[in-house]
Design a protein around this ligand. Sequence first.
Ligand code: 3PG
Length: 387
Amino acid sequence: VQKMTDLPLKGQRVLIREDLNVPIKHGRVSSDARLRAALATIQAAAEAGAKVLLMSHLGRPAEGESADEFSLAPVAAHLGELLGRPVKLVTDYLDRAPTMADGDVVLLENVRFNTGEKKDDEQLAKQYASLCDIFVMDAFGTAHRAQASTHGVARFAPKACAGPLLAQELDALEKALAHPARPMAAIVGGSKVSTKLDVLTALSDKCDQLIVGGGIANTFIAAAGYNVGKSLHEADLIGQAKALMEKVTIPLPTDVVVATEFSESADAVVKPVDQVADDEMILDIGPDTAAHLASLLKNAGTILWNGPVGVFEIDQFGKGTEVIAHAIAASSAFSIAGGGDTLAAIDKYAIEDRVSYISTGGGAFLEYVEGKQLPAVAALEAAAQRG
Ligand code: 3PG
């Protein structure tokens, strides 16, 4: 695909799709990781003398709904602070193209306010395309969506290329998955096997150790024949779990942290995995397990991390995730992490600077790992072929 960095941008109207879908609390951006990740692209285009039109979605408004809670106004304000100059929010861009000088940066209001955005409507895609000379797809986090602002617009823009952030994300994922330094360890946590089955299956073909955590691990513990009491698990997926255990080494917990209730004030008790009582639930891996997994990670060449191994939001069930986080931070492996909960854990245990690459993608990260073609990337490939 073509890259933004290869094109002359001076005086060009450059429409950049970013994933500025960030959490907003009380009208302010509460976590700006995605905005900081997009900053280099925006600055590069502005410094090159482009007229920069940023576009993004925010949240999931209903079709045709344009409620204030989904407005990108707080994002424009925050981006302005990061860039050190105001970023104007433009709402009427489908009626008239904004008047801009070279080097200006504006943000177009939430694309999901536009009828047809999510359906990848051709008419809408053409309207977006008419706003620009060059379309830059830089929203890795939304690259798994075939929508008018991520996919359709690339078909009709005079030129369509990949932005630096998208290119960097794809390079990091390729390094981890296509040519991993061995041994490769993957950590897949989270609540349900069912939502991560494709990821687990894809990784079982690629990695040397597949470490499971959270509710996912409980299903594997049940598959190994242990009582999991009241723990979150999926009995109907035990067969699938067994099949995965035959394909790849899945180190199961030998000890676990249990409680009889799921609450901030619950008493956490460490137990061997074969002694979980009927009224208990497993909420974290135990210290022996954590130490063993940390030793595996120490020797890994590549580590891919998606999902916590316990209920880390509650401190007494967060030790396992904390040990894993620190092991990743201390490892000399190429480490890559993605997913909302994973980023929250990275933040909580302050290891941000010691992970080789932190993806801005949640769903997109998982789909890439699953081996799926990302529609927005496919659209850029098609654009490159058209020349
Ligand atoms: C995300 O947060 O994963 C992306 O911004 C995609 O959002 P969506 O799932 O609403 O399309």
